[in-house]
Ligand binder design. Sequence first.
Ligand code: SF4
Length: 217
Amino acid sequence: MAKKKDIESEKKRMEEIIGRLGKEYPHPRTALNFRTPFELLAATILSAQATDVLVNKITSTLFKKYKSIKDFAKAPLEELQGDVSSINFYKNKAKNIKACAEIILERHNGQVPRTMEELTGLPGVARKTANIVLSNAYGINEGIAVDTHVKRLAGRLGLTEYTDPVKIERDLMELTPRGEWRDLSHLLILHGRKVCQAKKPKHGECVLYDLCPSRDI
Ligand code: SF4
């Protein structure tokens, strides 16, 4: 952490934060619908700066049309782009999904890789997406997925002083037992959506009120 003030007391505060949020949100999981690791990868690529609700709407038909990695790899790009055109950046997202499918077939025996290094070598896949796939599809906690909610809550809760997602992730990893990494990300996202919203955080309804340095802001 930037301050290194008292790492042990910060770890205890984090434990309390996770405990309380765990009671509020007893089934933390990704809101994205998927059946296979590749479907989760594709859904996560589509979800950049878009809502999970919209992504699920698109993938409910997309995954019926393209049932396998091969289907995505051999899809004509323009057709695939048309199939996801209701989402932002659809041209690029479709291009990345198709390229991921091709590379996975060519270099990874048709299996979505299970390592951070291999995953982040795929087009359109940075640490956040890789963390989501590793933890949710494979149960591998390699890091903590930092999205816009995690970033905001980590800052407000004083768990980091950084704004760069990679540095935020490092701070959160330092304070949290590895076994909790996946759930922590989901818990902060759920709390960010329901209570600690970007524009109007509902401090008065927040179970973290007494633990939060931003409660009066
Ligand atoms: S007290 Fe307010 S700022 Fe702090 S976590 Fe709760 S809602 Fe967010």
